[in-house]
Design a protein. Structure first.
Lengths: 139, 178
């Protein structure tokens, strides 16, 4: 391949990714199924890693709203409040699936409410962990 | 001024990420940039073996991987006596954009920190910078890696010191090379 300009290289990558991203909803569907199975098995460590991966990946692939919800789930696990991991996993996965089914790819006024509620949930988990002196964990 | 051109046709990039989808995605972008050879590893151990066996010109490494993390891998490449190429350019990918993580990456000896979500633009610029305008390589008792001073005579504007998380890519670059 001959040398190309920066703009040409970026345009070509954008075009290539467009076709890859067309199939991303199918990939998300499979990912959510796997994450639900991890939650059912209470495999929190694996689910935390899956949430962390999805946090960066979904935004890259044109679904920033899923990235934001995954970021919130990642933060929920980092609180260390394991008594509420199951609740947090369920509500976050429900929100992600809702966005996928409704083809909501980016934050909008309608998603503000549930993003705020997820923030509140993580805030309550942080407080619970602090009261119980559970150390927060990194990822 | 003529537009700058990049020629990566003779470059081999090793992408190290446990997430297959991200490996493929980065591979697509690199091939679109004209990178000659893209190889993959899903863990640090295999990546280290690959560096020893193959000619690799640049590493793109995910921070969070099971087993050895991206940071531990960077330190091994930079400082292990078994490392065949301690000065290889390394781009660290991470979902963490807070100051502590960026500093940790810098002090491990990465050339660039690339925050997710990735874009072709950000990846191209980091790759171009790492390969075509490398900084002097420093070996001291406490640090092995590219010089942490900013290239050239660029006026440092500084980052918002009180902000502790959610750094933008420009802030990260300032932190890396200030």
């Amino acid at each position: 391949m001959p040398p190309i300009s920066r703009d040409q290289a970026i345009a070509r990558a954008d075009a290539m990714l467009e076709s890859v991203f067309a199939d991303y909803p199918k990939h998300l569907e499979a990912t959510f199924t796997e994450m639900a199975a991890l939650a059912a098995a209470e495999n929190w460590e694996a689910l935390h890693i899956a949430a962390h991966d999805l946090k960066g990946q979904a935004g890259t692939c044109g679904w920033p709203i899923v990235g934001l919800i995954a970021r919130s789930l990642d933060a929920a696990f980092k609180t260390g409040d394991s008594a509420h991991f199951a609740d947090a996993a369920k509500v976050h996965l429900d929100c992600m699936q809702l966005c996928l089914r409704s083809s909501i790819q980016s934050p909008n006024p309608a998603t503000e409410k549930f993003l705020g509620e997820l923030d509140d949930l993580v805030g309550r988990m942080t407080q619970t962990a602090e009261k119980a002196k559970i150390p927060a964990k990194g990822a | 001024m003529p537009e700058k051109v990049a020629d990566f046709s003779d470059v081999t990039v090793l992408v190290v990420d446990d997430n297959q989808y991200m490996r493929q995605l980065i591979g697509h972008m690199l091939r679109a940039f004209g990178v000659g050879t893209v190889i993959h590893a899903d863990n640090a151990k295999d990546a280290f073996r690959e560096i020893r066996l193959s000619r690799v010109d640049c590493l793109i490494v995910d921070w969070l991987m099971p087993g050895m993390s991206g940071i531990e891998f960077v330190l091994m490449v930079r400082t292990s006596p078994q490392s065949p190429k301690p000065d290889i350019p390394i781009i660290l990918c991470t979902g963490h954009s807070d100051r502590d993580h960026v500093e940790e990456g810098r002090d491990a000896g990465v050339n660039e920190v690339l925050t997710k979500p990735l874009s072709p633009k950000s990846l191209f610029d980091k790759l171009d910078s790492s390969i075509n305008t490398p900084r002097p390589f420093i070996i001291t008792p406490g640090y092995t890696g590219p010089c942490r001073r900013r290239r050239g005579n660029v006026k440092y504007e500084g980052i918002e010191r009180r902000r502790n998380k959610g750094l933008q890519q420009n802030d990260i670059d300032s932190l890396l090379f200030s």
